[in-house]
Design a protein around this ligand. Structure first.
Ligand code: NAP
Length: 294
């Protein structure tokens, strides 16, 4: 990404190498807009765990795509987001687009911090990204042929990270999204067994879903090296957001973009064509990625 320090329209994209961030950065750059990647591998580096890295990252920036890592509902997230948003506004940032989670009470204090910081804001409350199966902690389970989660038969309206990125870019560049909260879902409800079947069909390989009790899921994570505290947080989080509260569709993508969201079958077809599900690998990768917050 190119960057000119004095350009008044640089956008900071936090988690700019992640599932939505890299898509947002790519879209903004394609429009000829200046982008600075805010992540530990960015230049300058940005680390949520190291406040000294924040000021250089927001210098000469006018808008930011605010993505917290590992999870906006994680302990300490709201305080960090509040401090970051205040610093950003003091540095001249005028617009913040926050990536949030759908149905998570734990994210509300961080959302409130963004609403109160003095910048224009838009909040995207997203469902589970389909790309968790191909770019994140569910990739290795898919490759191994079994996805084990404490999700029972609950349905989730998986949303394509491409759609979330489209909405984020609209919100960063168009004034009509200011002050809006968009709940982002895909166009269908799928159980994890349905999602596994879609992936199996697209990848032409066996992929099964197995529902495991929360305690067993937590033990699996710990057995695979996830610190007990993170395993407990993730298990509690999954238990909350996968209890059926999100098992309905919303019109957030339609409202923001004026079109239907992409569907899971198309996502699976594109991901399968990329070859990402062709390999087999050690299942400990699921735990390793989950330990980073998934
Ligand atoms: N995953 C979902 O389905 C989902 C759904 C709804 C909402 N969300 C929300 O989305 C946010 C991001 O989660 P995600 O799962 O989508 O992950 P992601 O954006 O794919 O996360 C990876 C990104 O985080 C960066 N990163 C890792 N540790 C960092 C740190 N200490 N400081 C700064 N950047 C760091 C990585 O870059 P470097 O390695 O270069 O640092 C990379 O750019 C969370 O707040 C979550 O609540 C996720």
């Amino acid at each position: 990404m190119t960057e000119k320090r004095q350009d008044p329209k640089t956008t900071l994209v936090l988690c700019g190498t992640g599932k939505t961030g890299r898509r947002v950065a790519h879209r903004l750059t394609a429009r000829g807009l200046r982008v600075r990647i805010g992540s530990r591998s960015g230049e300058p580096p940005f680390d949520w765990q190291d406040q000294a890295t924040w000021e250089p990252a927001v210098r000469n920036v006018t808008s930011a795509y605010l993505v917290y890592y590992p999870d906006l509902g994680a302990p300490g997230a709201a305080a960090a987001v509040r401090s970051f948003a205040e610093l950003a506004v003091d540095s001249g940032v005028r617009r913040l687009v926050l990536l949030s989670g759908r149905g998570e009470e734990g994210v509300l204090p961080a959302e409130q911090a963004v609403r109160e910081c003095g910048a224009d804001w838009t909040i995207l409350r997203s469902s589970w990204f389909s790309q968790n199966f191909s770019e994140d902690f569910l990739l290795e389970p898919v490759q191994s042929g079994e996805i084990a989660l404490p999700a029972g038969n609950v349905a989730e309206p998986f949303v394509d990270a491409e759609d979330a990125a489209d909405v984020a870019v609209e919100a960063l560049t168009e004034d009509r999204h200011l002050g809006q909260v968009y709940e982002l879902t895909g166009p269908w409800l799928l159980t994890f067994a349905d999602a596994a079947a879609e992936i199996a069909a697209a990848a032409e390989r066996e992929v099964k879903y197995r529902s495991v009790p929360p305690e067993q899921f937590a033990s699996m994570l710990v057995e695979h090296g996830v610190p007990a505290e993170n395993a407990a947080f993730l298990t509690e989080l999954f238990g909350k957001v996968l209890d059926g509260r999100n098992a309905h569709l919303t019109d957030g993508v339609q409202r923001a973009l004026g079109r239907q969201p992409r569907d899971f079958t198309d996502y699976a077809r594109v991901a399968a064509a990329s070859g990402v599900w062709a390999g087999d690998s050690d299942r400990s990768g699921q735990a390793a990625r989950a330990s980073q917050g998934g």
